[in-house]
Design a protein around this ligand. Sequence first.
Ligand SMILES: Nc1ncnc2c1ncn2[C@@H]1O[C@H](COP(=O)(O)OP(=O)(O)OP(=O)(O)O)[C@@H](O)[C@H]1O
Ligand SMILES: [Mg+2]
Length: 619
Amino acid sequence: MKQNKRVGVIIEVDGNLSKVGMYNETNDSDYIWYGDILTGPKVGAYLTINQNDVKIIATVFSEKIIDLQNDVSNDEFDNTFSKNSIKRIISLKVKGVIENNNFHVTSKYVPMIGNVVTLTTKDELNLIYGIYKNELTVNIGKSILEEYDINIPVNRFFASHIGIFGNTGSGKSNTLHKLYKELFQTKYAENMKKRSQFFVIDFNGEYTQENQFALSDEFKKVFTINTGKCGGQKLPILKDYILDADILSILFDAKPGTQVPFLRNAMRTYNEKVRNSASTFGQMEIGLLKRIIVSHKSVNANSLYDWVEVAEKMNVNTFLLDKLKKLHFYNDYGNLKIEDGYIDGEQLSQYGIKELKINEIEDDVISIIEDSSEFEKLKYFLAFQRIYVSAWKSTNLEYINPLFKRIENSLNSLEKVIDLVDNISDSYAFMNIISLADANQETTRLIPMLFSKMIYDDHKEYVTSCKTVKKTKHLIIDEAHNILNGQIRRNSDDWQDYRLGIFEEIIKEGRKFGFFITIASQRPSDISPTIMSQIHNYIIHRLVNDNDLNMLINTMPTLDKFSFQMIPSLGQGEAVITGNAIKVPILVKVNKEKVIRPKSDDIVLTSLWEDIDDFSTWL
Ligand SMILES: Nc1ncnc2c1ncn2[C@@H]1O[C@H](COP(=O)(O)OP(=O)(O)OP(=O)(O)O)[C@@H](O)[C@H]1O
Ligand SMILES: [Mg+2]
């Protein structure tokens, strides 16, 4: 029977550290053993401690030599630290146990003096790296020490929230891309496209190339959000979702005292009455105009002027508005100057209606509204609503006016990048890349929040109504520190607070609904601790900043000290993987894709300068 390679014997056990007295000639870095190349007993490597039927798995923690006692009494013959007087000792830290062909983490067994230590075999490594037979996995690279293929179990890894961290240039984007590219090539690829959807929020436009994630255009949509002159693709967003007082309050940064209630009332009327009917819009605003004129003695004298101004903004025919404008002269009492005969009791007279061209104005308003975009319609409606709440002095305009500047700005910039739709089920593909590289700062702040909340709410509603999770959604955010910054919360900015709240809710509750987040970031310490602590699986590339490292140690229960100490000295593409999906942290070198990879390669200055054959580059 094939015997395992024996390398030493336990000579001391102290707490969770054990010492092994090594046999002679066990100091090689690798061994060939029955055709397999096994890693020698160096720091970080696995060794197996044999105790009856149980195999205790440990990693090498430190290595040293001790001197055997010098048995010669005379100083002249001191032979300490000479060829035959030293012994190699290594310390081991127990990681878990292989029992009944299964690796698990337990403290049930401890090494005992006299236990024989052997090199860990490939079969044992298989069990340690947590791969069960028949389990679907994706390969992402090789372990650094053993050069052993590292396969990640699909179920336990991708049905979880994933964090990818590392300094700039350490390989995060490549790893992220590699993970999902491999996932899309498993044998379930066909059905996956019917049941799952993926969304990448791409701040730098790294994933917009053809064939990215090895997906053809049939299964992929790229939305290049462009706020500049060139224009890009607009992002489909649900109408119901935007036309909501809470969302608008956040978008317009409405203050709780007067502005939020104003928006709430306005949106109730808008959604119930005027959203789907241009004629109701027309009747309502013309009704307002009539009331202003009829109650000219008690109305806020500016109201008429304001009404006409909004109508002018809407491009209502100026010729029609002419007479109305002339009413805006005050009489001796500071009231509007209304000609006799315009008013009949509590109403405008037929004569007044005719003279002031009220019906024609109404028709014009209706036809303009019919041709307006939803954003324009909303803008006009809110402007009229402002007149409505202030005409009889029930609301002080001072409190509302500042809101209107923001409404104007927000709606104008949103209109450039958002397409309001009634239904998003056909708007998005299997994989969707939302590139914000060409978007201005405000849009970059806004879109990820709006979009994430929308797909989360939509998915949650779907799952709750079906009562089972039949579909999953996966939200992938590269450069996540841009939007998940926990520091800003301390500056008590409502808006940021709300945004973080959304992502915190997703990360706390999403799993139940089959909604999973993957975030990649250079600065884990900047990310809100609530979010960090809910991540299930981590891939950590090189990180050197102390704050970031401390954040990791505080939020990652599965990270061991050895792996932690390796983080600052990892090379490009090398990473520690740890978390629920795997039993022990793994040091891995992620395979770099040769052709299809994110647009994020290091710039090689010398080759940039070397071959300039294209003169146009000078222009
Ligand atoms: N697994 C890998 N093996 C070898 N080189 C890699 C690997 N992954 C990435 N690289 C190289 O490292 C460089 C940076 O990679 P990448 O863009 O993935 O880093 P990043 O961590 O996302 O950086 P940033 O924080 O700036 O976005 C690229 O030149 C890439 O080719
Ligand atoms: Mg990157």
